[in-house]
Design a protein around this ligand. Structure first.
Ligand code: NAD
Ligand code: UDX
Length: 465
């Protein structure tokens, strides 16, 4: 029976950092070392002031405070941590490929492969290697090939243990997961032993009934499937939002009525300006690519529609702003409230705000952004990354301010793109007074009450009504 004493996690990002912090908190007898090649990220994780850790998640800094220096360590010494570990989690990024075969669709596995080669080079005793990153089904086969062919003759067990946490609720999701999924080589004694070793880690705080073990391929594919199903619900309700706007139905009422059917359920039916985040689009594109590579074109087309609908939703929200403002926003000031892809995170990857702003820049609008957690340079970097506007133009046309009220002052229109709670509490009457008239308010999150805003005098538009 393997008992885990030392864990190494390669990748100190949104998944590696919080996941390992919770493992360290719940398993005080296990040493957990999180390593990364990004020196400044590791320095931030080690910052004396725990409020400066690089990832904002409610409750995370308290856990880091409790465990850091006791049995939780952050380091750039990747070799050293691999060498010492019995179990190595790979939690590096797996973005969509931006070049070559599969460009724009397939997952780029170069970071995964580098990890495998490094583990193979460094390891001098048997290791359990855990796929924590989201990976295409059958990646474990490629990992095995590299580990067995470039290693030092030691034995590896490869497990798949996808992460289901959502940002903004990462700590809660990690402490109370719906399920833990562990895929392993369950037909062999050694494989079963490795699976049990990881079950034992989670069993410190997760009831065993919620720890599901499967073969490796089912586990790898279940992660892509779960994200595809979740995103599909959002695209489904967003598709209905457009129909609601044409027919006088209200998407929130429809979602409630539909969600009360216990077979459908109420969660993940919030209509929005479109889903963002680093996972949904990337993972569905990956699923589409995998399906196509097996010649399953109908399967690929089915899932691709989820992305097509999401892109449409972002575009049509931006187009609605332009159309409503008399078909031109050229030189008009538009306030964007919220830049993060959802509330309670500072993550902006694939945020709808980026695409809506880019669209409005195409129409020569002047943009003022406020987000409570996202830094100015991140906003510029997100727009520059699209490559549609020069850095100079972006910095000239897009301003970032530190208060919502300042963003809205003297604007022609306000657009809510992230559902931050504080936007509900703003002094909307005062905002109305300070805006140009007619004062347009576009609610991309169904956050605000229509009646009170219309009573203040706003021209109010909300997704799906
Ligand atoms: P991230 O970009 O925040 O973090 C990845 C980290 O890995 C980076 O800090 C990077 O420097 C580091 N890294 C890359 N190559 C390395 C190497 N060779 N050695 C050491 N460090 C290396 O990514 P993330 O959001 O944490 O996602 C990681 C994986 O988890 C992805 O596969 C993602 O799909 C999956 N996932 C993410 C979420 C989420 O909410 N973000 C949820 C579930 C699963
Ligand atoms: C998602 C999955 O939920 C999680 O299980 C997986 O591990 C990683 O990907 P995340 O992207 O962090 O998590 O957040 P999530 O809460 O799923 O939201 C994704 C996007 O969908 C956000 O932009 C959110 O605003 C949007 N969304 C979510 C909706 O528009 N409507 C909803 O009903 C739910």
């Amino acid at each position: 029976m393997s008992t885990i004493k030392n864990i190494c996690c390669i990748g100190a990002g949104y998944v590696g950092g919080p996941t390992m912090a919770v493992i360290a908190q719940k398993c005080p007898e296990i040493n957990v070392t999180v390593v990364d090649i990004n020196k400044s990220r590791i320095a931030a994780w080690n910052d004396e002031d725990v409020e400066n850790i690089p990832i904002y998640e409610p409750g995370l800094s308290d856990i880091v405070k409790e465990a850091r220096g006791r049995n939780l360590f952050f380091s750039t010494d990747v070799d050293g941590a691999i060498d010492k570990a019995d179990m190595i989690f790979i939690s590096v990024n797996t973005p969509t490929k931006t070049y070559g075969i599969g460009k724009g669709m397939a997952a780029d596995l170069k970071f995964i492969e580098l990890c495998a080669r490094q583990i193979a080079r460094v390891s001098k005793n048997d290791k359990i290697v855990v796929e924590k990153s989201t990976l295409p089904v059958r990646t474990a086969e490629a990992l095995r090939n590299i580990l067995d062919n470039t290693g030092n003759g030691v034995n590896y067990q490869i497990l798949s243990n996808p992460e289901f946490l959502a940002e903004g609720t990462a700590v809660q999701d990690l402490q109370n997961p719906d399920r833990i999924l562990i895929g392993g080589d369950i037909d062999t004694e050694r494989g079963l032993d490795a699976v049990q070793a990881l079950v034992d880690v989670y069993a410190h705080w997760v009831p065993e009934a919620n720890i599901l073990t499967t073969n490796v391929w089912s586990s790898e594919l279940s992660k892509l499937t779960a994200n595809a199903f979740l995103a599909q619900r959002i695209s489904s309700i967003n598709a209905m939002s457009e129909l609601c706007e044409k027919t006088g139905a209200d998407v929130n009422e429809v979602a409630k009525a539909v969600g009360m059917d216990s077979r459908i359920g109420p969660k993940f039916l919030q209509s929005s300006v479109g889903f963002g985040g680093s996972c949904f689009q990337k993972d569905i594109l990956n699923l589409v690519y995998i399906s196509k590579s097996f010649g399953l074109n109908e399967v690929a087309d089915y899932w691709e529609q989820v992305i097509i609908m999401n892109d449409h939703q972002k575009r049509r929200f931006a187009a609605k702003i332009v159309k409503t403002l008399y078909n031109t926003v050229s030189g008009k000031k538009i306030a964007i409230l919220g830049w993060a892809f959802k509330k309670d995170t500072n993550d902006t990857r694939e945020s709808a705000a980026i695409y809506v702003t880019d669209y409005l820049l195409n129409e020569q609008a002047d943009i003022i952004v406020y987000d409570p957690k996202v830094k100015k340079e991140q906003i510029y970097a997100d727009l520059e990354y699209l490559g549609t506007h020069s850095s100079e133009e972006i910095r000239e046309r897009v301003k970032v301010v530190h208060a919502a009220q300042d963003a809205c002052k003297d604007s022609h229109a306000v657009a809510i793109l992230t559902e931050w709670d504080e936007f509900k509490e703003l002094d909307w009457q005062e905002i109305y007074i300070e805006m140009l008239k007619p004062a347009f308010l576009f609610d991309g999150r169904r956050l605000l009450n229509r009646k009170t805003k219309e009573d203040f005098g706003f021209e109010f538009y909300a997704i799906g009504s």
